[in-house]
Ligand binder design. Structure first.
Ligand code: GLY
Length: 383
C-alpha cells in the first residue's frame, strides 16, 4: 500500500504516497516545472531531515520561504505573506506550492495557493503525526479569524501528500501524542482491527520511551531511537489511518454527512481548547481531542441509559475501554473543566445548526454515529 487515492466519483482528485524517508520527495516533484516551497521555520531548524529536504529542493531549483507556524499566526496576514512571496517569485498559474510542516503550515499554504491567481496547485509533506493522519489529507485549508478557529478557508485537494516516518524523529513526544489522539480517533470511527493494533504498538512505544527517560536517557535521543525502532509498524499504521480518512473524504468530500464523523471528540475538544486559552492552561489539540473522545464515550453511555434505541447499539464497556487504552498510550483522559463552563462554548461551535449540534457518538470501536442534540440536552445528560 504505497499509494492511496482520493476520489470524487470515478475521478482521482488527490493521492497520498507513502515512503520510508524524505528522499522520495525528489520523485514526487518530477513533472512539476515550477515548484515553490513553504517550510515551517521550526522544521528547518530542528528536523534532522530538513537538510536533506533542502538539498533535494536546491537540486530541483525550488525557491523556499520559511514561515512561523503557531496558532497565533494562523491568520490571513500570514496567508498574504505567502501570496506576496509567490508574487515576488513570479509564480504563475502553473505553479505547485509545496508545504513542508505540520497542520498549521499546510492549512495556511493550501489556502494561500487556493486563492493565489484564483487557485494554483499545492502539495504537502506533513512533518507531524497529526498532519500525516489528519490535517494534510482531505483538502481542508484555512486560517483563524476573530475568535474562531479555521473559520476562513476552502476545501480544495492537494496534488499529493507524501508521508514518511523519518520526519517524526524530531517531534517532541507530546506533539507525537497529539497525532496519536487523531490516529486512534480515525480507527475508532471505522476500523477496530487497526485500533487494537495501534493501541498495542503505541503502548509499547510509550512504555519504552517513559522507561528510558525515567532511567536518565536524554528525551530527544530516546525518542529518536524509539521512532527508528518502531518505524515499520508505525508507517503501516499511518498508512492505514490515511486509508480510512481517504475513504471517508472520497465518499463525502464537502462534509455533507459521513465526513462529520471525523469530528469525533472535536465538539468537546474545541470548547476545551478555547477555555484553556482563556485560562492560560497548556493543553495541546491532541490532548483536547483525547479528552473530547472520552467525554463523547461517556455521553454515549449516559444516552444509552436514557434512550432505549441508543441502548440497543451502545457497547456499555466502551467508555472504560477507551479510558484504559488512552492511559496506556500516554494520552490524558480527564478534562480539567466543568461541563457548565464548556456548554456555552459548544453552543458557539461553527458546526452548530439551528441550535443543535451533530454530535458524533461512539457506539463501539469501529462504529460511530451522528446524533443531533442540543447542548442543553448534552449538559443535562452529563450532569
Ligand atoms: N479533520 C477533520 C476533517 O478533515 O474532516
Amino acid at each position: 500500500m504505497n499509494r492511496i487515492e482520493i476520489y470524487s466519483g470515478d475521478e482521482v482528485i488527490s493521492h497520498i504516497q507513502i515512503g520510508q524517508d524524505v528522499s522520495g520527495i525528489e520523485d514526487m516533484l518530477r513533472g512539476y516545472d515550477h515548484v515553490y516551497a513553504v517550510m515551517d521555520k521550526e522544521v528547518a531548524l530542528n528536523c534532522p531531515a530538513a537538510a536533506e529536504i533542502a538539498d533535494i529542493l536546491n537540486r530541483a531549483g525550488v525557491p523556499g520561504m520559511l514561515v512561523r507556524a503557531d496558532e497565533s499566526v494562523k491568520t490571513m496576514d500570514t496567508v498574504m505573506d505567502i501570496c506576496s512571496w509567490l508574487l515576488e517569485q513570479g509564480a504563475d498559474r502553473d505553479a505547485l506550492v509545496l508545504a513542508i510542516g505540520g497542520g498549521i503550515t499546510s492549512d495556511m499554504t493550501g489556502f494561500a495557493a487556493s486563492i493565489y491567481k484564483r487557485g494554483v496547485r499545492f502539495a504537502y509533506v506533513p512533518t507531524t503525526l497529526l498532519s500525516q493522519v489528519d490535517a494534510a489529507i482531505g483538502g481542508k485549508t484555512g486560517v483563524n479569524f476573530e475568535k474562531y478557529k479555521n473559520i476562513l478557508g476552502v476545501i480544495r485537494q492537494p496534488e499529493f501528500t507524501y508521508l514518511c516516518p523519518q520526519v517524526l524523529v524530531s517531534l517532541p513526544f507530546r506533539d507525537f501524542l497529539s497525532g496519536v489522539a487523531e490516529m486512534l480517533k480515525t480507527f475508532i470511527i471505522e476500523d477496530n482491527e487497526n485500533y487494537y493494533d495501534a493501541v498495542g504498538l503505541l503502548s509499547d512505544m510509550n512504555i519504552r520511551y517513559c522507561t528510558a527517560v525515567a532511567e536518565g536517557g536524554d528525551e530527544a535521543d530516546v525518542w529518536q531511537e524509539c521512532v527508528e525502532e518502531y518505524s515499520d509498524e508505525l508507517l503501516k499504521l499511518i498508512g492505514e489511518a490515511a486509508k480510512v480518512k481517504a475513504g471517508v473524504v472520497s465518499r463525502d468530500q464537502f462534509e455533507g454527512g459521513e465526513r462529520r464523523k471525523l469530528n469525533l471528540g472535536h465538539t468537546f475538544a474545541h470548547a476545551i481548547e478555547t477555555l484553556a486559552q482563556y485560562r492560560s492552561c497548556d493543553i495541546t489539540h491532541g490532548e483536547a481531542v483525547a479528552m473530547g473522545i472520552i467525554l463523547a464515550a461517556e455521553l454515549s453511555e449516559k444516552l444509552a441509559a436514557a434512550d432505549p434505541q441508543w441502548m440497543q447499539v451502545c457497547d456499555f464497556d466502551l467508555h472504560q475501554r477507551l479510558v484504559d487504552d488512552f492511559l496506556s498510550v500516554g494520552l490524558p483522559i480527564n478534562c480539567p473543566f466543568k461541563m457548565e463552563d464548556l456548554a456555552p462554548l459548544m453552543k458557539k461551535d461553527k458546526k452548530a445548526e439551528g441550535g443543535k449540534i451533530h454530535f458524533v457518538l461512539p457506539a463501539a470501536v469501529g462504529d460511530v454515529r451522528m446524533v443531533d442534540m442540543t447542548v442543553e440536552k448534552v449538559a443535562s445528560l452529563m450532569a
